[in-house]
Design a binder for this molecule. Structure first.
Ligand code: CMP
Length: 147
């Protein structure tokens, strides 16, 4: 079925000017970009987004990374969007992506297991939560495409 997922280009993706290449890969892979917004998260918002990782040793570093510059959030839609977007971005650790998934987005623009350039929702439930995190009550910052 057609499905929606939350895709996010992280601060290193924006500062490295990878947005256009990533959007090309998205459209070539048959996704529609339904909504998009560029925002600077503060520590409170970044912590809320990654609340499930709050107890992990890398959490403080993750929040620092995710607040180091703007992020570009997109709602992507296609058949099995969650699975297909996660396949397109590749493994969490960008070093592993470079070694074994050379055509993935993280192989193109990621650095390591933290600075991995992009995010994708991992389930229907997290997709719903993450989409409303960026797009509910955020209409004024949102570009809507109705093709
Ligand atoms: P993401 O797919 O957005 O989900 C959680 C994020 O935490 C992940 O990408 C990385 O940016 C970060 N992360 C996951 N594992 C590690 C790790 N072992 N060390 C540092 N950061 C990590």
């Amino acid at each position: 079925d057609r499905e929606r997922t939350l895709a996010m280009i992280k601060p290193d993706g924006l500062s490295g000017n990878y947005t256009d290449k990533i959007k090309e890969a998205i459209l070539e892979s048959g996704f529609d970009i339904v909504q998009e917004t560029v925002v600077l998260l503060d520590a409170e918002r970044a912590s809320l987004f990654y609340a499930e990782h709050a107890e992990r040793s890398f959490f403080d570093s993750l929040v620092k990374y995710m607040t180091s510059g703007p992020v570009h959030a997109m709602v992507l839609e296609r058949h099995d969007a969650i699975t297909h977007w996660r396949a397109l971005i590749g493994p969490t650790d960008a070093r592993k992506a470079k070694a074994s998934h050379p055509n993935s987005i993280r192989a193109m623009c990621g650095l390591d297991s933290e600075k991995n350039c992009v995010h994708g929702s991992d389930s229907l439930q997290s997709a719903a939560r993450e989409i409303s995190f960026f797009f509910r009550d955020a209409k004024s910052e949102t570009v809507e495409h109705d093709e």
